[in-house]
Design a protein around this ligand. Structure first.
Ligand SMILES: [Zn+2]
Length: 316
């Protein structure tokens, strides 16, 4: 894939810039730099499976840290495995199997230790990053699932719990770490920026921000669950989509007639057969709810006018 080569080179350039001098380093470490590294990282999502699972990365990890793992190869703690490629995003490391094993502890190992005097297993592990791996039991001749925790995290937690005197103290220890202040601020600013951008695009095509538009809401939130969606939807595209919806629901006779026809048919079936003889909505539309059918019709609609009717000046 040629894109991969290009993205890789771009990323290398970004890190080279960071190493050039103090001023550039400061720029690349700022909010602005974070945005650029995030973009560079997200480009990689299309071409490399090394990015899979990035949503599980520790909340304290910066984009430039994440991006750094895409620039090279090899286990970060030993020299024996120079080809290790995929990072483990849950723990935010790139390590070979051996090193990962050394640094992690599985839940079976924790179950009958002395710490049970001070806290429960739940208190020991609550909120700690963890992943699952398959083990093989020679004794039972079957596979089993192991939950892995970062050894040092467990050790720290144990030390804290040991000195905790009251349940509320233990609760505070187990609470998830608050996201860094500046990170929250950064996200808030990014949300505002996206909202402004969308408003500007909507303005251009004579539409408004709507509270009932799921798509615009997701866009402003930055599609937190999906990198693919985030890359796909620009402010312009979201605005365009919203204009299409406005057209269908407010202007398109054919669309309205189709929905109206469904409604009539469903009602006729009710009148004719009465209640409880099958799902009429499904029989008419192929969907279990009319809302879903209308959404699907809108999503698959392809006939739109060249110019939006609400922008056309009425003839005088
Ligand atoms: Zn290693």
């Amino acid at each position: 894939d040629k894109r991969k080569v290009v993205y890789k080179r771009r990323l290398d350039t970004l890190f080279a810039m960071r190493g050039t001098n103090k001023q550039l380093c400061r720029v690349m470490s700022s909010d602005f730099g974070e945005e650029i590294f995030q973009l560079a990282f997200e480009n990689f999502c299309e071409v490399s499976d090394a990015t899979h699972g990035i949503d599980d990365a520790p909340p304290t990890m910066l984009w430039r840290h994440k991006a750094f793992f895409l620039t090279g190869l090899g286990c970060q703690t030993c020299d024996a495995h120079p080809t290790t490629r995929k990072p483990n995003w849950v723990f935010g490391v790139r390590m070979c199997k051996d090193c990962l094993q050394k640094h992690t502890v599985i839940h079976q190992e924790l179950q009958d230790e002395s710490w049970t005097k001070w806290a429960t297993y739940e208190e020991l592990t609550k909120g700690l990053p963890h992943d699952e791996v398959q083990g093989w039991s020679k004794f039972f001749k079957s596979a089993y699932t192991m939950i892995r925790y970062w050894r040092q995290s467990v050790k720290n937690r144990k030390a804290l719990l040991r000195h905790a005197k009251t349940p509320s103290e233990r609760e505070r220890i187990c609470a998830p770490p608050a996201a860094k202040q500046d990170k929250q601020l950064l996200e808030k600013k990014a949300r505002e920026k996206r909202k402004e951008a969308l408003k500007a695009e909507l303005d251009l095509i004579g539409c408004e921000l709507r509270a009932d538009s799921k798509l615009s809401e997701l866009f402003i939130e930055g599609f937190p669950k999906s990198l693919r969606e985030r890359k796909k939807w620009t402010a312009k595209k979201v605005a365009e989509r919203m204009a299409q919806m406005k057209y269908l629901h407010e202007y398109c006779r054919e669309f309205k007639a189709t929905v109206q026809g469904w409604r009539r048919e469903i009602n006729d079936m009710f009148d004719h057969y009465g209640h409880g003889y099958g799902n009429y909505t499904y029989e008419v539309t192929g969907f279990y709810s009319l809302g879903a059918a209308v959404r699907d019709l809108a999503d698959t609609w392809t006939r739109f006018p060249k110019q939006w009717p609400w922008l056309v000046q009425p003839a005088t």
